[in-house]
Design a protein around this ligand. Structure first.
Ligand SMILES: Cc1ncc(COP(=O)(O)O)c(C=O)c1O
Length: 418
């Protein structure tokens, strides 16, 4: 079971975030509270940099995984690029000091405004997902008198062997263009004067713990790249997407060295820069969610720990039946029982974990581990709950990187009828 890590570890039974006692963080900043470790973000990012060293590459952190400005800032300072999926994420990256020339723009539904803004800023590449998008991009670029750098997202029709909601590389998924249509679309794109065809990209799914799906996808993409080459269309980069899996329960995280060897081998002696878009692998292990037990409740022989975090703070368990480790922040000799850890939201899907053996009492603190990715970013205000505060621990300091949302701010834009 995934419990502590190098950055979230125990000292004499107490959970620490780097050098901070988590109980102190909860005391100082309240709960529910997302706590991020800067050093964890940096060391996961560095794994990609080390593994791809010696081959021309660009690591484009997938902003959607955790878009807090401080997270983006930490990565921008390492020289990271960014993979964005909206105009909002573009603005965040720029606000955090990200380099426009290292931004790739993914997503199936880019609006005119989003394409225009990204063209004006001069991003590194548009990961185009359909022919109508290609036409729209060409038209806007031409009107702005600029040339848009383009990659086509290919749907390689491989099974990523992950949860269906986070599997994206099958024919039935909405993402990318089919292999069989790709050559014709590339030929059309190459004829358009306002487009500069540069690359090919794919993203087959998330939380992949096996190399095989990457191997299958890359083999298909490389044969397509060779076909294009024979047609005189020379690509300069391959973007292999993200998806590298982490440990939530008992999974073996993807070995980034092995993954990089697989990518570099597949590229062979083709002159292609390697782009990669990891999100979860970098942000996931770098965060935990601290929550306090409000009540212990027993219905017949079922025990509930009712906590102050809920599905609006962390929706992964409700949305994907995702399992995340839940631990008592302080280990005590309270008798352990099996609990469903649930929130106060009025939905039966409002749980953080079921059947967890915990030694806890009312008022104790719990930590939901590996909560740095797809945690805060997917949170909502359901039940008029303000979103949690976010804190980043960096060296010996802890910084509030997002204040707790005040309830009044949740309806500030609403009005009564005259
Ligand atoms: C195009 C694209 N790139 C990268 C990612 C990041 O995936 P992960 O967080 O699994 O690395 C996603 C996630 O949905 C994506 O859609």
């Amino acid at each position: 079971m995934q419990s502590t890590t190098e950055h979230f570890h125990r000292r004499k039974g107490a959970l620490f975030a780097q050098s901070y006692a988590c109980s102190q963080l909860a005391e100082d900043f309240g709960t529910p509270l997302f706590v991020y470790s800067r050093e964890s973000l940096e060391s996961s990012w560095q794994q990609f940099a080390d593994a791809l060293e010696g081959h021309e590459h660009l690591i484009c952190y997938a902003v959607k995984a955790n878009s807090n400005l401080a997270v983006l800032d930490v990565l921008a300072r390492l020289g990271s690029g960014f993979d964005i999926v909206s105009g909002g994420e573009l603005k965040r990256v720029l606000a955090a000091g990200g380099d426009p020339d290292k931004i790739v723009f993914s997503g199936v539904g880019k609006t005119r405004q989003e394409l225009t803004e990204a063209l004006e800023v001069g991003i590194r590449c548009f990961n185009v997902e359909s022919e109508p998008e290609l036409d729209r991009l060409a038209e806007i670029a031409s009107a702005l008198n600029v040339v848009a750098p383009v990659s086509l997202r290919i749907n390689p029709d491989v099974d990523a062997q992950t949860h269906p909601y986070i599997s994206t590389g099958l024919k039935e998924n909405k993402f990318g263009v089919n292999m069989s249509d790709a050559v014709d679309i590339y030929k059309r794109a190459a004829q358009m004067p306002s487009l500069n065809v540069q690359g090919m990209d794919c993203h087959i799914g998330s939380q992949l713990t096996s190399i095989e799906p990457y191997k299958d996808a890359l083999a298909r993409l490389m044969s397509l790249i060779d076909q294009l080459d024979a047609e005189g269309i020379k690509l300069t980069h391959i973007d292999v997407g993200g998806g590298q899996g982490i440990c939530y329960e008992d999974e073996q995280p993807l070995d980034i060295k092995q993954w990089a060897v697989c990518v570099i081998d597949a590229v062979g002696d083709r002159k292609l820069e390697i782009l990669v878009e990891p999100g979860r692998f970098i942000a996931g292990p770098a965060g935990i969610l601290l929550t306090r037990v409000e009540y212990i409740k027993q219905n017949e022989d079922k025990h509930f720990a009712i906590v102050d975090a809920a599905m609006n703070d962390l929706i992964r368990p409700a949305l994907y039946s995702a399992w995340q480790a839940i631990e008592a922040v302080e280990l005590t000799d309270t008798p352990a029982k099996e609990y469903d850890v649930v929130g106060p939201v009025c939905e039966s899907a409002d749980f953080l974990g079921k059947n967890r053996v915990l030694a806890i009492e009312q008022g104790d603190l719990l930590a939901v581990m590996s909560a740095g990715a797809y945690g805060f970013v997917m949170s909502s205000n359901y039940n008029t709950r303000g979103r949690a505060a976010e804190v980043m621990v960096s060296g010996d300091d802890a910084y509030v990187v997002r204040e707790r949302e005040e309830v009044e701010s949740l309806f500030a834009g609403e009005s009564l009828l005259p």
